[in-house]
Design a protein around this ligand. Structure first.
Ligand code: ADP
Ligand code: MG
Length: 793
């Protein structure tokens, strides 16, 4: 029966995807007029002919030339809407706002022109044009490899080289010919704001015949670039403030667009500007006095727009770095939409438009009326530590290509000016282009996703830019060790074709990195899931504790800080508990804090609504981080419930601390996930070397690593520990440490263990050639320790 229906569908798609019917669109004259000014309109015919003749077409055009808003309309009008016309965006903000704009331009309801982002959307049965994030389409490919509901896929913003975009292009280079072969024609369009598209067109593995490139010539007015003379300052937000004030006071009318790196900076600058130029309604007759319409354009790089929901008084330039690529918080999108609308609205007469934005305004959204650009020259990027594999957000210099894109925003409607808050010498040192993200990060999560798509030989996958073979091997090995992939009996390493296991499939469905996904998959045992979720959430929020090592401004402050440090360290010891729970170490501290915070929050909600920030203050926690954890817990709980509904976890409003029994179980779950982050205290003979005193040996490093004095386990020094990451400050310190028992290692990490006789390998425990950990404790090998029930998923 099911087969029949798909056959029927195929026939239908086949019949309908012949572009024949011209669908008239009734646009208002105002819209029509604005459209005709867009450079892409002049190329409509060239584009449509290229699409007709070729399965894949690349379109390059300057930002603002009308690619995103117009190309879907061309296709719709030319009759390609037999199936859905899908457009992917790397940013959620773009997906939401573009769908609304196109619906408005076409005079169609959002039932027909819709969007879908991770946890929300307005797609209906009538949807013909669908904007979505690239991650959403990737998930859909997992369900239906041929994407049968779509007649066209447009990959937008391909120049950003986001990982998902790259993978989608690789997948679609196979899906499109497959569809065409099966008589269900499909078109692929790749749109880029730069001309640098050789990775897509000249990559032999991707497209056998290189797709044609249609170039859209945009009218661009000259932009005068002004560099800073001085060496760039650390305080570029302050510098941006002064520059913006100066422009507003001295220069003729025209919008100002300021590029900063993160949501916190954006809000802080907006606050300062608002204070400096208070908006007084009714005073707009005074020309250029009121700097109005400040808009903090929300960026949405995973973490960032979740944060937008929380506006706080305190100034905090920390980012809310988080490992998770989670979707949106529904509460956010209304706000995002409002803010976007505000950006596109012209300011009241006499007022000047000033938009403070992050990278999202570089190419995704074109804000009209900008004449001045203030560019801090930096960008917030996710960095991955090759050793620890843990990611963090860091602010770095952007590329020359990006800086030029930013400058270009000033010359859309008339000649403009770009003020770079850095010197020309620094600009000269920028890299020419931003690298493809895929070459900068570990790929175990991608490899797992691809295996879940039944792509066994990831090494043969047509990546536009391939990750290094080294990174692929490392990913595959880690996944094998986590049990997500099965090692074939005689794995030839070079072939890299381990099949996915049922556990791997379950892990692939959690929106967290594989190590944490493994913990979630195991966590359902012994009612540990709520704690596992709390630990995973807490571990993925970068820093939950207040920074006590921050430099103090004055003697007085320094003294206070010392006192505070002492008190909070004392308190942390209490949180870490005693006996069994102490061995869970820093993660126990995390759990206890989450439990306590949650309980305080539950009280706060009904009685003392303000008590939660106070609770954080008293306990040395960062309030924002705790809010973030709360949201992540809810999202992870949903994700787990979706995978195994029979478990039925819920976010416990009053989480009680885990029992001793559960603590042991949690330690094992953590070991199972962080197995490759195992460290062993040095043995007596090594300990003679002062360098190794109290040191730990890890499989990946030659030098010792240490337990931080702030850690709950600093005094305990257990023999075996697992750690979340290693941070180098004065020494190499492990963070997020918990103790594990030696006898668990062969049981939970047999892949790292060696069961031979101790005589076979005199070296203490780590074999650097095979990467196995030899734990020779014969007497414990056969002892029945705590046993984790088998995982059935
Ligand atoms: P591209 O994708 O080539 O960068 P777009 O299609 O995004 O160009 O933008 C084309 C034009 O549409 C721009 O001038 C932009 O200002 C305008 N535009 C986009 N969204 C809106 C909106 N929500 N309201 C008003 N104008 C918009
Ligand atoms: Mg665009």
């Amino acid at each position: 029966n099911e087969k029949n229906s798909t056959d029927e569908e195929k026939v239908q798609v086949k019949r309908e995807s012949q572009p024949a019917i011209f669908i008239p669109v009734h646009r208002s004259s105002e819209i029509q007029e604005a459209r005709l000014k867009l450079p892409v309109l002049a190329e409509e015919q060239v584009i449509m002919e290229a699409v007709k003749e070729n399965p894949a077409v690349v379109i390059c055009g300057e930002t603002g030339s009308g690619k995103t808003t117009q190309v879907p309309q061309f296709l719709y009008e030319a009759g390609y809407a037999s199936g859905i016309i899908g457009i992917t965006e790397p940013r959620r903000v773009a997906a939401v706002s573009m769908s609304q704009r196109v619906a408005k331009e076409m005079n169609l309801s959002t039932r027909v022109v819709s969007y879908q982002i991770r946890y929300e959307g307005n797609v209906t049965e009538d949807t013909k044009i669908k904007f979505m994030t690239d991650g959403v389409l990737l998930k859909e490919i997992q369900k239906d490899f041929l994407l049968q509901r779509y007649s066209v896929i447009i990959i937008d913003e391909a120049h950003e080289r986001s990982v998902y975009t790259d993978i989608l292009i690789g997948l679609l280079s196979r899906i499109v010919p497959l569809r065409n072969k099966r008589g269900m024609p499909m078109k692929l369009l790749v749109m880029s704001a730069t001309l640098r598209v050789e990775d897509f067109t000249e990559n032999q593995r991707l497209f056998r015949t290189p797709p044609p490139v249609v170039k859209v010539d945009a009218r661009q007015f000259p932009v005068t670039i002004h560099f800073n003379k001085r060496t760039p300052l650390e305080d570029y937000t302050g510098e941006a403030f002064h520059k913006t004030c100066k422009i507003h006071r001295m220069l003729p009318s025209g919008g100002i667009l300021v590029f900063l790196t993160g949501q916190a900076e954006v809000h802080s600058l907006c606050r300062r500007l608002r204070k400096a130029f208070p908006f007084r309604r009714g005073h707009s007759s005074l020309p250029r006095i009121d700097l109005d319409n400040y808009s903090a354009l929300p960026l949405d790089e995973g973490d960032e727009d979740r944060e937008a929901e929380v506006r706080e008084e305190e100034e905090d330039n920390d980012d809310e770095g988080s490992d998770l690529d989670l979707g949106d918080h529904p509460a956010n999108s209304g706000k995002i939409q409002k803010e976007i609308l505000r950006v596109f609205r012209s300011p009241p007469p006499g007022a000047r438009l000033c938009v403070v934005a992050t990278n999202v305004a570089e190419t995704s959204l074109t804000i009209p009326g900008i004449k001045y650009v203030v560019d801090c020259g930096r960008v917030k990027k996710r960095f991955y530590d090759r050793v620890t594999g843990v990611s963090s957000f860091k602010v770095t210099w952007t590329s020359q290509a990006s800086a030029n894109q930013r400058a270009g925003r000033a010359g859309r409607t008339e000649p403009g000016h770009c003020y770079r808050l850095y010197s020309s010498a620094v600009f000269g040192d920028f890299s020419l282009f931003s690298e493809a993200e895929i070459t900068r990060r570990p790929v175990e999560d991608l490899v797992l996703q691809m295996k879940d798509l039944n792509i066994e030989k990831v090494v043969n996958f047509p990546f536009p830019t391939s990750p290094s073979a080294e990174a692929l091997v490392a990913a595959e090995q880690l996944l094998v060790s986590l049990g997500a992939l099965k090692e074939p009996p005689q794995m030839e390493r070079a072939r890299l074709s381990c099949p996915i296991t049922p556990l791997g499939r379950a892990m692939a469905s959690f929106p967290v990195a594989p190590r944490y996904a493994k913990m979630l998959a195991l966590g359902k045992q012994q009612d540990c899931l709520p704690y596992t979720i709390a630990v995973v959430a807490a571990m993925t929020v970068r820093e939950i504790f207040e920074d006590l090592d921050r430099p103090a401004g004055s003697e007085d402050e320094s003294q206070k800080l010392t006192q505070r440090r002492a008190r909070l360290t004392q308190m942390k010891k209490l949180w870490a508990g005693q006996g069994a729970s102490l061995l869970l170490g820093d993660l126990m501290v995390l759990i206890e804090h989450v439990c306590a915070y949650v309980t305080a929050g539950a009280v706060g909600a009904c009685e003392f609504a303000g008590c939660t920030p106070k609770f954080c203050e008293e306990n040395g926690l960062r309030y924002k981080a705790m809010l973030e954890i709360r949201r992540l817990r809810a999202q992870l709980t949903n994700a787990v419930n979706a995978v195994c509904p029979e478990v039925g976890v819920f976010v416990d409003p009053k989480m009680t601390p885990p029992t001793e029994h559960q603590v042991v179980c949690l330690r094992q779950i953590i070991l199972a996930g962080l197995g490759d982050h195992l460290a062993r205290r040095v043995q007596a003979e090594d300990a003679l070397d002062p360098k190794w005193k109290n040191g730990y040996k890890t499989p990946l490093m030659d030098d010792p690593v240490f337990i931080h004095p702030n850690s709950a386990l600093f005094k305990t020094l257990p023999e075996f520990v697992v750690y979340q990451e290693i941070m180098e400050t004065t020494k190499m310190y492990m963070r997020g440490v918990s103790a594990v028992e030696a006898e668990w290692i062969p049981r939970l990490l047999p892949q790292y263990s060696h069961f031979g006789s101790p005589l076979e390998s005199p070296s203490p425990w780590f074999c650097s050639t095979t990467g196995t950990i030899r734990c020779h404790r014969p007497s414990t090998f056969f002892r029945v320790g705590w046993q984790l029930p088998a995982v059935e998923m």
